[in-house]
Design a protein around this ligand. Structure first.
Ligand code: 6PG
Length: 250
């Protein structure tokens, strides 16, 4: 199969009623970060953008037992806007998580997507991005995109560069994004999705066949999918049937 293949391996699906989605997601992320710090003494964590993570990050900032000074924070993608722009993923993470932490992370590495030369900004960021990431947080769009990898994007065929410029059908069009090797190479992937409008894309990503070119979020199939009941509603099997151990409803 040319281009990125859908991720092999079964996802672990966790589902919560909408009011408990953020708490479940924050608990799952804190667990994955804790596992990394316990086994490797640190955690290279890449954050997802968009709006779904907002309540999750706010809750994560209060999650007990996260050794933030052992965490280095990165980003999975960024819009080509200044870091204080309301559309910036960095600004969202700063407002909802980074500025709320009792102790800051060891490092926060921001994608400089405001630069005119995005190719150069992508190259510079790739040079700072650890390989592999320990924990990669991702969202999913209604079209099945993840990070800023959109269906049919040439970036989905990228097999060597780890960060590239991309174009979004929704504004802001110009973006920077990690590529399939980064997503597939991460030690742990956590996908966050909430709301019924995401249900068809979640089903296509978690259960659909076919290449990641059609549904880029398939790259994260072998990961932990934290969903609210709306986003999970189109899945054919209950979470309890799908995953052993780590999955299951709350
Ligand atoms: C971005 C994100 C993107 C996001 C999805 C879902 O920069 O927008 O990285 O991949 O996760 O578009 O966005 P919502 O959480 O806003 O639905």
């Amino acid at each position: 199969m040319d281009g990125a293949a859908a991720g092999g391996g079964e996802p672990s699906v966790r589902v919560a009623d909408p009011p408990r989605f953020a708490a479940l997601a924050a608990r799952v992320v804190a667990r994955e970060v804790g596992r990394s710090v316990a086994s490797r003494g640190r955690c290279d964590l890449a954050l997802a953008g968009g709006s779904t993570p907002r309540p999750v990050y706010r809750r994560l900032a209060r999650e007990p037992g996260v050794d933030w000074p052992s965490v280095r924070v990165y980003f999975g993608d960024e819009r080509a806007v200044p870091p204080d722009d309301p559309r910036s993923n960095f600004r969202m993470a700063r407002e909802e998580l980074l500025d709320r932490l009792p102790e800051g992370p060891a490092r926060v590495s921001r994608m400089r997507a405001e630069r005119d030369d995005l190719a150069s900004a992508a190259e510079a960021y790739a040079a700072t991005l650890p390989e592999p990431l320990d924990v990669l947080l991702l969202g999913i769009g209604e079209d099945g995109h993840t990070a800023s990898l959109f269906p049919g994007s040439p970036a989905l065929e990228e097999g060597s560069r780890r960060v590239v410029p991309s174009r979004s059908p929704d504004p802001p069009a110009r973006r920077l994004t990690v590529t399939p090797p980064v997503i597939e190479g991460a030690r742990s992937r956590v996908v966050l999705a909430a709301g019924e409008r995401k249900a068809p894309a979640v089903r296509a990503a978690v259960e659909g066949e076919g290449p990641a070119r059609d549904c880029p979020a398939r790259l994260a199939r072998p990961g932990t999918w934290v969903l609210d009941r709306g986003a999970a509603r189109a899945l054919s099997r209950s979470p309890e049937e799908r995953s052993s151990g780590a999955g299951g409803a709350t």
